[in-house]
Each structure stands twice: as structure tokens, then as C-alpha cells.
Design a protein around this ligand. Structure first.
Ligand code: SIN
Length: 322
């Protein structure tokens, strides 16, 4: 799978991503859904919809609502379940996606559910590795907060899946993490090969006329432009603790947004809700990056990673020390 890296090529997770731009989980289904409107093989990769052990019908409609600063969603992890994904979805990805790297997002209510999903999918073809969704704000672990908000629980899930697969594993974290150090260290010690930051931020948008929420489930996950500063900050904070590559996501719609994530320390960048407004957004971000690296005579895009110029080079002195 390893090919010679071009100027946009990124070598990580044991392979070459032809460029650093991926479609985020939940924005492209299992690829086929968006293949009519965009060329997936122009991208660095895609992350599938999150897969759970059993099929899930999802939350009541409307599942997505817009407001001035972005959107709020509560889909409830609707998906056909692991057996069906293995039988009906992965073969399409194997046959039709050649250059973009595919990561399968995995979710569950319990640590056992994650590892059962991984076990069912692991020996199928059509994908590179897994993104372990520890941070869905709409469908939390039974009786508690998302796994990502509890470093011990997050590590338990990652240790379990690490024992079931040799494929690359990303751990996807939450934006409302009070301190990124403990959870970043916990998931990488438990075997994560990379860390994705951030999932959506818990949010509630009310219709002032009716007093009702604009989406069927009530509260949901907020994304869009307002999430970008939160995501870039999370990547930068995580970079103080990470020994593994970081993947940035949140509010990316333009090339300049992706550059911010690279500068903050991300090696790959995912495009999320911008794809709902325009499915071609991710392709346009790739084109813009090509133009940017040419204009700045950057030898390879990896040279930009983690080069943000903050006061005290990696942050304020006390932040850099902790
Ligand atoms: C959902 O399916 O409700 C959102 C999934 C996520 O944010 O992880």
C-alpha cells in the first residue's frame, strides 16, 4: 500500500495518504452514498459512518438542524450493523476505492461491543484500519458519559480492540475534554496508532417561537465553523502529549481551515459538516492545498505539521510544561 509520497503525500499508519484530506465519519455513509457527486479517489481518505454490533434505527427526525454558526445533529448512530457492513458495504469499498484510504468508524455502548465489531470486520478487505468513536455525544456508554471523557474507560476500550486487530487504530476524542493530557496518554498507552480530535460539541438549539428544539432528539452535537477554533486548540493541546500522529476535524470548509489544523499539529485533516452544505468541499480543500504548497515552496506538507508560532514556541511557558 505504500507509494512514493508527493508534495501533499503523508506517510503514516503504515501507508501513504496521497493528500492529508479525509471525509469525516458520518458525512459520506459508506462511500457509495456520495460517489455520484464526488470522486472519492481524489481524497486522502474517508471515514465511514460509525458501525455498531446490531443495526440501529437512529433518533427521531429531524436529525440535523442549522443555525447561524453551524449545525446540530443527533442521528443516533443509525447504521445497518457490523454483519451487514461486512457483507454489503465493505465489498463496494474494496472494489471502488483504490487510492483513498478507508477507515471504518466503530461505536458501542460497552467496551465489549467495540471489540465484537472489530472482530467481525477485521479480516474483511476494503479498508485500512479503524477509527474508534469514543466520543459520540448522542449515544453515550450505558449509564455514563462518552468513553473519551473518562481516560480509564477510554483506555479499556482501546486495549480491548488492540488485542483484536493489528490494523491501524485511531481513537476519536471529545471537544469538551477538560484536560487532554490524561486521555491522550491513556489511549496511546493502550495501543492507539493515532488520535482524532474532535467530535461534535454537545449543543442545544431552540426555536424561540415554539420553545422546542430544532432536532427531534432535543440536544445534539454542534459542528460547523464555530467548532474550528475548539478543534484547532484541542489538536494543539494534545500535541504536547502525543507520541502518535494527530488527525484534526471540526469546522473545516476551506483550505485555510485545514492549514490551521496542520500548523497546530495534525498530520491529517477531516472535512465534516461542510460536506452537507456542499459535497465537493473536501475536493476543493485538496485543490487549495496544492496551490498553497506551490505558492509557499513547501517541499512536503508534513513540513507544516506542528509549526504554529505561538508565544513561547509551543504555547505559553506554563502550558508547554504540563
Ligand atoms: C450520531 O450518530 O448521532 C453522531 C455520531 C457522532 O457524533 O459520533
Amino acid at each position: 500500500m505504500r507509494e512514493k509520497a508527493t508534495v501533499l503525500g503523508q506517510e503514516l499508519l503504515g501507508t501513504t495518504f496521497q493528500n492529508p484530506i479525509l471525509l469525516a465519519a458520518g458525512t459520506c455513509g459508506f462511500g457509495e452514498e456520495v460517489s455520484e457527486v464526488m470522486e472519492l479517489d481524489r481524497l486522502g481518505g474517508i471515514v465511514t459512518k460509525s458501525v455498531t454490533l446490531e443495526p440501529r434505527a437512529g433518533n427521531p427526525a429531524p436529525r440535523v438542524g442549522e443555525f447561524r454558526a453551524g449545525m446540530v445533529n443527533s442521528v443516533g448512530l443509525a447504521n445497518p450493523g457490523a454483519e451487514s457492513v461486512r457483507r454489503d458495504r465493505l465489498p463496494w469499498l474494496r472494489d471502488r476505492v483504490r487510492k483513498a484510504r478507508v477507515l471504518v468508524s466503530v461505536a458501542g455502548h460497552t467496551p465489549d461491543e467495540f471489540l465484537e465489531v472489530v472482530s467481525i470486520l477485521d479480516d474483511a478487505d476494503g479498508f485500512l484500519g479503524f477509527e474508534i468513536n469514543l466520543s459520540c455525544p448522542n449515544d453515550t456508554r450505558r449509564g455514563g458519559l462518552p468513553f473519551a471523557l473518562d481516560p480509564g474507560e477510554a483506555a479499556r476500550v482501546m486495549q480491548g480492540v488492540r488485542a483484536r486487530t493489528e490494523r491501524p487504530l485511531l481513537a476519536k476524542l471529545a471537544p469538551n475534554t477538560p484536560d487532554f493530557g490524561p486521555v491522550v496518554e491513556a489511549v496511546q498507552d493502550a495501543g492507539a496508532d493515532g488520535i482524532t480530535l474532535v467530535n461534535t460539541l454537545p449543543g442545544l438549539v431552540l426555536d424561540p417561537e415554539t420553545g422546542e428544539p430544532i432536532i427531534g432528539a432535543g440536544a445534539g452535537g454542534m459542528s460547523g465553523p464555530a467548532l474550528r477554533a475548539v478543534g484547532v486548540h484541542a489538536v494543539w493541546r494534545a500535541s504536547h502529549h502525543a507520541r502518535v500522529p494527530l488527525v484534526g476535524v471540526g469546522g473545516v470548509a476551506r483550505g485555510t481551515d485545514a492549514i490551521q489544523y496542520l500548523l497546530a499539529g495534525a498530520s491529517l485533516v477531516q472535512v465534516g459538516s461542510a460536506s452537507f452544505w456542499d459535497p465537493r468541499s473536501a475536493g476543493r480543500v485538496v485543490k487549495w492545498l496544492e496551490e498553497y504548497v506551490g505558492r509557499h515552496a513547501v517541499e512536503n506538507v508534513s513540513k507544516l505539521v506542528g509549526t504554529a508560532r505561538l508565544p513561547g514556541s509551543r504555547g505559553t511557558p506554563q502550558e508547554a510544561d504540563d
